[in-house]
Design a protein around this ligand. Structure first.
Ligand code: GN1
Ligand code: MG
Length: 369
């Protein structure tokens, strides 16, 4: 029989050499996939804080390859940070190896865990409170891409194959509609229609990529605002976290995923759509930061496709939430009835808003490039 989570957490804690004695742990963050905890230890003089995360292996099927990616990428970033005179303890995550010497801990139930040093005196925002933070977030994700520009991409495992292959995601969606295993399709006919009307658009980026017009880069692939840490003292975004989906990918998707999550007046799961509007000024703030962070590295085609990336990631994410709703909410963690449907609707509202200001989105890129 599976052991309870508390017992497994304690087993994982015992699998690491933390400084001081274990005091307590608590859930950390709002991730939809992995289980994340803050572990507090104390040596009689001060606390030592660690992040401990159980990897969801239903989704990340090869956790050892995932950890190899993270070890390689953080080692690379650490060297860059050192070379620039930055603080390698705070400007990338520092993975702790388990007592076994491996970069992960495997518990008696077969779960894989990873752990890293908690970075203190930073804030992780779930919604943009000040445009400046979003600008900072853009800079940090742009810089992240620069730091990994010379990373040997071919050594990275694809932790989730076809992660941002939107046409493939569309096929999966159509299959979910056809199977309709929960009998929910009829009640979301409008949302299904919204997706279908944009089926052609979904090929835009993959077509450019197949034609060799879009360079493959090392990308983060989950560039939500809450995956960047803002230093409380300086207000600068100093560290990019959640490196599970670092893989070869498209720069415009990294740009786009940030926009879908941050350039909005409502939360990703806001049930009241009147509160959810695409915010062009936030889009501009992020664009400025991202282009500064990329420091001239993006080619003309990528610059042109930035708005496409924004709409693509928003549409894709909404479609993924809808697919999960149709399939019985088995992928994203949900906290209430219809949670995935609420999430889907905010994304589609943002897509519709973007379509209304499409020309302005291009103009903002032109102005800032
Ligand atoms: C998931 O677990 P979290 O919150 O880091 C998902 C992303 C989605 C995001 C939507 C591996 O990320 O792709 O954009 O939810 N991660 C995975 O909020 O599927
Ligand atoms: Mg993630």
């Amino acid at each position: 029989m599976a052991m309870d989570t508390k017992a497994l957490i304690m087993e994982a804690v015992a699998g690491y050499t933390y400084r001081g004695e274990y005091v307590r742990h608590e859930p950390l963050g709002n991730g939809h996939i992995n289980d994340t905890f803050l572990v507090v230890c104390n040596n009689g003089e001060r606390d030592y804080l660690y992040v401990l995360q159980r990897i969801n292996t239903k989704i990340f099927k090869d956790p050892e390859a995932l950890m190899n990616n993270i070890m390689g990428v953080t080692r690379h970033i650490r060297q860059k940070v050192k070379a620039e005179g930055g603080d390698p303890e705070r400007e990338t995550i520092n993975i702790i190896t388990a007592k076994t010497g491996e970069p992960y801990f495997r518990d008696s139930d077969g779960h894989y865990w990873k752990s890293y040093v908690y970075i203190d005196d930073v804030t992780c925002y779930d919604m943009v409170e000040k445009a400046e933070h979003f600008y900072q977030c853009g800079r940090a994700f742009g810089k992240f891409q620069g730091q990994l520009a010379d990373y040997p991409a071919e050594t990275l495992a694809e932790t989730i194959p076809d992660f941002h292959n939107t046409p493939k995601r569309y096929e999966t969606f159509e299959k979910a509609v056809a199977e309709d295993i929960c009998g929910r399709a009829a009640s979301v006919a409008a949302e299904i229609e919204f997706v279908r009307a944009r089926a052609d658009f979904m090929r835009t980026l993959t077509d450019l990529q197949s034609a060799g017009e879009m360079p493959l880069r090392v990308t983060h692939n989950d560039t939500k605002l809450n995956n960047s840490l803002i230093d409380n003292a300086t207000g600068n975004a100093i560290c990019i976290i959640d490196l599970d989906t670092v893989m070869p990918g498209l720069s415009v998707n990294d740009f786009g995923d940030s926009i879908r999550f941050g350039a909005t007046t409502g939360a990703e799961d806001e049930p009241d759509l009147s509160k959810v509007n695409f915010d062009l000024s936030l889009y501009e703030a992020y664009t400025r930061g991202f282009l500064e962070g990329c420091a001239g590295r993006l080619c003309e085609k990528e610059l042109w496709a930035l708005p496409v990336g924004a709409k693509m990631m928003t549409l894709e994410c909404g479609m993924r939430f809808l697919t999960d709703y149709l399939q019985g909410d088995t992928y994203f963690r949900t906290h209430r009835e219809g949670h995935n449907l609420d999430r889907c609707r905010t994304q589609f509202k943002l897509v519709a808003d973007m379509e209304k200001v499409w020309d302005e989105m291009y103009a903002i890129i032109e102005k800032n490039k």
